[in-house]
Design a protein around this ligand. Structure first.
Ligand code: 5GP
Ligand code: ZN
Length: 116
C-alpha cells in the first residue's frame, strides 16, 4: 500500500469504485472517465508502479493479471466482438496513475492504435 496512490486507496476501500471483479490478488473496476462503451481497469492489489517495475518474482502475478483480464473481458461479453487492452507506461506512454493497470476497452470499434 502506497499511502498517496489512488488505486491503493481503491483497493483499501477508502476511495469507492464500481467493482467488476475481485480476488485475493486482483481487482477490476469501471474507469471513472470511460473512453469506450466498455472501459474497465484491471490491477494487482499490491502496489507496483508500472509495467517497468515488474520483477522476476512477479511472473506468476503477471500471468494471473493477463488470465483474469481475458476472463473479465469474456464476462463483459467482449470475447466475440473483440476488445483492446492497453498498458500505459511512464510519461511517454501516457501513464497518469502510477499503479500498474490494464485497460479493457470494447463495445465498439476502438479505432487506430495510436493517435496520428
Ligand atoms: P493511465 O492514463 O494511467 O493509463 O490511466 C488511468 C486511468 O484511471 C484513466 O483512464 C482514468 O480515467 C482512471 N482513473 C483515474 N482516477 C480514477 C478513480 O479515482 N477512479 C476510477 N474508477 N478510475 C480512475
Ligand atoms: Zn498503488
Amino acid at each position: 500500500m502506497q499511502p498517496d496512490c489512488i488505486f491503493c486507496k481503491i483497493v483499501a476501500g477508502t476511495i469507492p469504485c464500481e467493482k467488476v471483479y475481485e480476488d485475493e490478488e486482483i481487482l477490476s473496476f469501471q474507469d471513472i472517465h470511460p473512453a469506450a462503451p466498455v472501459h474497465v481497469l484491471v490491477i494487482p492489489k499490491r502496489h507496483i508502479a508500472s509495467l517497468d517495475d515488474l520483477t522476476e518474482e512477479d511472473r506468476p502475478l503477471a500471468g494471473l493479471l493477463l488470465e483474469r483480464t481475458t476472463s473479465i473481458a469474456s464476462w463483459l461479453g467482449l470475447h466475440r466482438t473483440g476488445y483492446r487492452t492497453i498498458i500505459n507506461t511512464g510519461a511517454h506512454g501516457g501513464q497518469e496513475v502510477p499503479h500498474l493497470h490494464l485497460h479493457i476497452l470494447g463495445g465498439k470499434r476502438i479505432g487506430p492504435m495510436v493517435a496520428q
